[in-house]
Design a protein around this ligand. Structure first.
Ligand SMILES: *Cc1c(COP(=O)(O)O)cnc(C)c1O
Ligand SMILES: [Zn+2]
Length: 406
């Protein structure tokens, strides 16, 4: 059997999957895992997948080979929630939310970490590290604990949501808070990876993308076909690129016959990818001081910019921005009409969809999936800040009646 390789997205240079590399040794661009998918028989993989529960490892024939047995907590298999009230309100025929906040640590990052940390064990590394706006560190800390690896996470000081910070601390990671932003943390972890021999599990690690692509395959299996339109938040751009890889490979193997148009949503104050689309360039101008309530996508210099611009373009989509107010409004609307509590970054996909519908970019008769990337409990501060305060009353009916205005 032809074996899997890691390949440069620019010059095509091949690297061995047993080397620790994140960028091309020839030209410095990002790498992606290339699997011998041509050898897969559609019928055989279909029945293999169907014999297993929904989740990342259901798709193991389309994932990198892991010798040590996966480091897993049954990640993936998240709900594809049909939004009846919300679709009526937005005037669309069919709207779903892929609620990846229902993963073990509360975000889609677990899909990538189960593959990435399994690979780390295979490679024999003992120490793993990441830079993080929060969810990556929560997920890596949990999986490193599960695999008995030492874990260092580098976060921007004072800029990480409380739930996420508490997870990294509770799972026993060494938490380093840099006086700087995420982009500074990212630069530092890449240097630390080289100099201190830490295995870096940010989304520049191509094995993480492999795990994350399974979300697209799940969506196809849950719908019985590919959606027409996928709307997804974009921070570093790893997840949007992963979805595109998942949909494309599913079609390549013959498990679906179409791929969706992908729309990448960024926050107004942290939108280098959306700006690149506005200019029509395959190049970004990093944002020096990114700012948004959606901390998971507060990223000024996205590591995967080239991958995600190409993915979104190949799908026929584009990238647009939403404001913080639109994000918070969407977060409340999802919570109040569909019962789903998603974090601000996750709500940006619904905010983005509203805008795309208004502009006529997306038609109302499409089968639409919005990705909700993380759980609302991750960021209780933002939820409390943006909601009506509890009304304090005395413990008697008079006070209660007065408070209810009845
Ligand atoms: C990581 C994350 C994102 C951004 O994903 P990228 O792969 O960096 O584009 C969006 N939302 C949530 C909740 C996240 O944790
Ligand atoms: Zn190269």
């Amino acid at each position: 059997m032809a074996s899997e390789i890691v390949k440069c997205i620019e010059c095509g240079k091949e690297h061995s999957t047993s080397d620790i590399v994140y960028t091309c040794s020839g030209c410095g661009n990002l790498l992606e895992v290339s699997l011998p998918l041509r050898e897969l028989d559609t019928e055989t993989v279909r029945s293999a997948f169907d014999s297993r529960p929904l989740g990342v490892w259901r798709y193991r024939e389309m994932l990198p080979e892991i010798a040590c047995g996966p480091v897993s907590m049954d990640e993936g298999g998240t709900p594809l929630h049909r939004c009846s009230t919300l679709s009526e309100r937005l005037g669309v025929a069919e709207l779903y939310i892929k609620f990846d906040g229902m993963n073990p640590t509360g975000s889609f990052k677990d899909r990538g970490m189960t593959v990435g940390v399994s690979k780390a064990v295979d490679l024999g590394v003992r120490k793993v590290a990441c830079a993080s706006t929060g969810n990556t560190s929560a997920s890596l800390a949990a999986y490193a604990g599960l695999a008995s690896l030492r874990c260092v996470v580098i976060i921007p000081s004072g800029q990480i949501a409380l739930g996420k910070l508490s997870q990294a601390m509770m799972h026993g990671a060494k938490v380093l808070a840099v006086r700087g932003n995420f982009d500074d943390a990212m630069e530092l972890v890449i240097l630390a990876g080289k100099e201190l021999k830490l295995y870096v599990l940010n989304s520049v690690n191509p094995f993480r993308i492999e795990g994350q692509k399974t979300a697209a395959m799940e969506v196809c299996d849950q719908l019985g076909r590919a959606p027409d339109t996928l709307v997804i938040p974009v921070g570093n751009g790893g997840n949007s690129a992963a979805y595109w890889k998942g949909f494309s490979e599913y079609r390549q193997v013959g498990l679906t016959d179409a791929v969706p148009v992908i729309y990448g949503i960024q926050a107004e104050g942290a939108a280098p990818i959306a700006r690149a689309f506005e200019r029509g360039e395959e190049r970004i101008d990093p944002v020096k001081e990114p700012e948004t309530v959606a901390t998971a996508i507060r990223i000024g210099n996205p590591a995967n910019w080239k991958k995600t611009i190409r993915a979104i373009k190949s799908s026929g989509g584009t990238s647009i921005t939403v404001t913080d107010e639109e994000i918070i409004e969407a977060q409340k609307m999802i919570a109040r009409t569909e019962g789903l509590f998603v974090e601000p970054a996750a709500a940006s996909s619904i905010a983005g969809l509203e805008k795309l519908l208004e502009r006529g970019t997306v038609d109302s008769d499409q089968r639409i999936v919005c990705v909700a990337t993380g759980h609302g409990l991750k960021d209780p501060d933002s939820a409390i800040r943006n909601s009506e305060k509890p009304v304090e009353i005395d413990p008697d009916m008079e006070s209660l009646r007065a408070a209810l205005g009845s």
